[in-house]
Design a protein around this ligand. Structure first.
Ligand SMILES: Nc1nc2c(ncn2[C@@H]2O[C@H](COP(=O)(O)OP(=O)(O)OP(=O)(O)O)[C@@H](O)[C@H]2O)c(=O)[nH]1
Ligand SMILES: [Mg+2]
Length: 305
């Protein structure tokens, strides 16, 4: 009989390819924020999938991009740290409908960095629904020729298509180890983090240009309901922290419309994910240029440990 397996599988790729969507799909619950805009994920996010024969520890990472301020440097440090922690890589790319069968230069760079680690790479082409089937083949051929990966698996993460194949492939390379976590645990993050991730996701969706990239969420209070509380409300007080007064004005909106919308959408999703009623109090606060200030970054939890 083969031994139990457990190990870390890092999901690596350019911003916006669908890494967090895949993580959430594998674990079957929302752990990471997902956005149509790039650079949603800022931290390493662990998703635990327990099976009878193995425990797969997925690590979602910030999309690989060129840093241009301290916050982005932090994000790239996280991605690089995960490179050294992982036993197996899922290297995720997405097809470019305008350049059939062409590998992006940035993907070539990422692949070369992964290859240097000497660990197994499972190549996943996500968003296979975005192109015609006969356009997928030239890309698979180009990847096979350029990278000679162990396997190439087209998936549609939003529809959970192709995930079984990816899982079967992971199990081939996962090291023999006892489970690191209890089998009913889905992550090492708490509900406070989930709250900040969901609120920031709504800011990403509802605001434009530089605003989403200038925002962090400060959860000032997160109170579970007390025994005697008949309504069983989770009370959350949070601030959307931005960098400039002009951004604050946008986040509040005319007559407070924007912050109301962010609050209402966040509350609905929080209630769904936490399975409880939520009372959410939301504020906007300016902390000048916090994304460029290492001390402020640390205060807001952007710390590499
Ligand atoms: N059509 C299609 N869209 C997808 C698929 N997977 C993800 N998306 C969308 O792609 C966008 C980016 O998804 P994310 O999961 O946030 O991407 P990410 O790689 O984690 O992005 P960063 O955190 O910014 O690096 C979202 O709008 C998703 O809904 C897919 O299989 N098909
Ligand atoms: Mg992400």
């Amino acid at each position: 009989m083969s031994e139990f397996k457990c190990g870390y599988v890092a999901i690596i790729g350019q911003p916006n390819v669908g890494k967090s969507t895949l993580l959430n799909a594998f674990v079957g619950q929302k752990l990471a924020g997902v956005s149509p805009k790039p650079q949603m994920t800022r931290h390493r996010i662990l998703g635990i999938k327990s099976l009878p024969v193995a425990q797969i520890l997925f690590l979602d990472t910030p999309g690989i991009h060129k840093p241009h301020r301290s916050l982005n440097e932090y994000m790239m440090e996280v991605a690089h740290m995960v490179l050294s922690d992982a036993d197996v890589f899922i290297f995720m790319i997405e097809p470019d409908p305008d350049h059939i069968g062409r590998i992006a230069h940035k993907d070539q760079e990422i692949f070369e960095n992964l290859q240097k680690t000497g660990r197994p790479i499972i190549l996943v082409i996500n968003k296979a629904d975005r192109i015609a089937k006969d356009h997928l083949l030239p890309l698979m051929e180009a990847c096979g020729k350029a990278w000679n990966p162990k396997v190439i698996i087209p998936v549609v993460a939003t529809q959970k298509n192709g995930l079984d194949r990816v899982e079967a492939e992971i199990l081939k390379y996962l090291p023999e180890n006892p489970a690191y976590y209890p089998d009913d645990q889905a992550s090492d993050q708490n509900d406070r983090f989930l709250a900040s991730e969901i609120i920031r996701e709504k800011v990403m969706d509802l605001t434009l240009e530089e605003v989403p990239y200038s925002v962090t969420i400060d959860i000032e209070e997160f109170k579970e309901p007390k025994e005697e509380d008949v309504k069983k409300l989770i009370r959350i007080r949070a601030s959307i922290v931005c960098e400039k007064d002009s951004q604050k004005a946008i986040l509040i909106g005319k007559g407070g419309q924007m912050i109301k919308k962010i609050g209402a959408e966040s509350r609905l999703e929080l209630e769904k994910e936490l399975g409880q009623k939520v009372y959410l109090e939301l504020f906007v606060r300016v902390e000048k240029d916090w994304t460029k200030d290492p001390n402020r970054l640390r205060e807001f939890g952007y710390v590499v440990d």
